[in-house]
Design a protein. Structure first.
Length: 152
C-alpha cells in the first residue's frame, strides 16, 4: 500500500486532520456510517461483521504504513481505529438515539481513559498497537450496552 492511500484510509478520508479532537471526529463519522448502514440500508449482522473485520485489516495495514512514513508511532490524525471501535460499540444495539448516544459516549470514555487492560495493548508494534486499544474500547462499550439491554 502506498503512502497516499494509507493516509486516506487511516485518516478516514482526512477526517483525522480535523483541528480539534480528531479522534472524536472519527468516532462521530463512524456513528453516522453505522446509523446509515443499519437504519437506512438495513444490512445484516453477517455483512456488518465482515465489514468490521475488513476495516480492522485495512486500518492495521494503513495505520502501519502511514505511521512509518511520517516516523510517528501513533499519529493523532490516524482515526480509522476510532471509526472501527465505534462500529464495534454499536453492534446489535436497538435503533434508538439514546442507545447510539450511550455507545458513542462509552466508547469515547474507554478510548480516552484507557484502563490498564486497554492501555497495555497500545504498546503492540505497528498498526496493531494503533488499532488494538480502540478495538478493546469498542468491545467494552458493546458489552456494557448489551448488559444494559438484557437488564432492561
Amino acid at each position: 500500500m502506498n503512502k497516499s492511500l494509507a493516509e486516506f484510509i487511516s485518516t478516514v478520508g482526512y477526517v483525522g486532520r480535523f483541528p480539534v479532537a480528531p479522534g472524536t471526529a472519527g468516532s462521530l463519522v463512524g456513528l453516522i456510517f453505522v446509523i446509515l448502514w443499519h437504519v437506512v440500508l438495513e444490512i445484516s449482522l453477517v455483512w456488518t461483521l465482515g465489514v468490521i473485520f475488513l476495516l480492522i485489516w485495512l486500518g492495521t495495514v494503513s495505520a502501519d504504513v502511514y505511521a512509518k512514513s511520517i516516523d510517528v508511532a501513533d499519529p493523532s490524525q490516524v482515526v480509522i481505529d476510532e471509526f472501527v471501535g465505534q462500529w464495534i460499540a454499536l453492534l446489535l444495539i436497538p435503533p434508538h438515539w439514546g442507545f447510539w448516544l450511550a455507545a458513542f459516549v462509552l466508547f469515547r470514555l474507554f478510548d480516552i481513559w484507557k484502563p490498564w487492560w486497554i492501555d497495555r495493548v497500545q504498546s503492540w508494534p505497528g498498526g496493531w498497537g494503533v488499532m488494538a486499544d480502540d478495538i478493546l474500547a469498542g468491545v467494552f462499550a458493546f458489552t456494557l450496552i448489551q448488559v444494559y439491554t438484557v437488564i432492561l
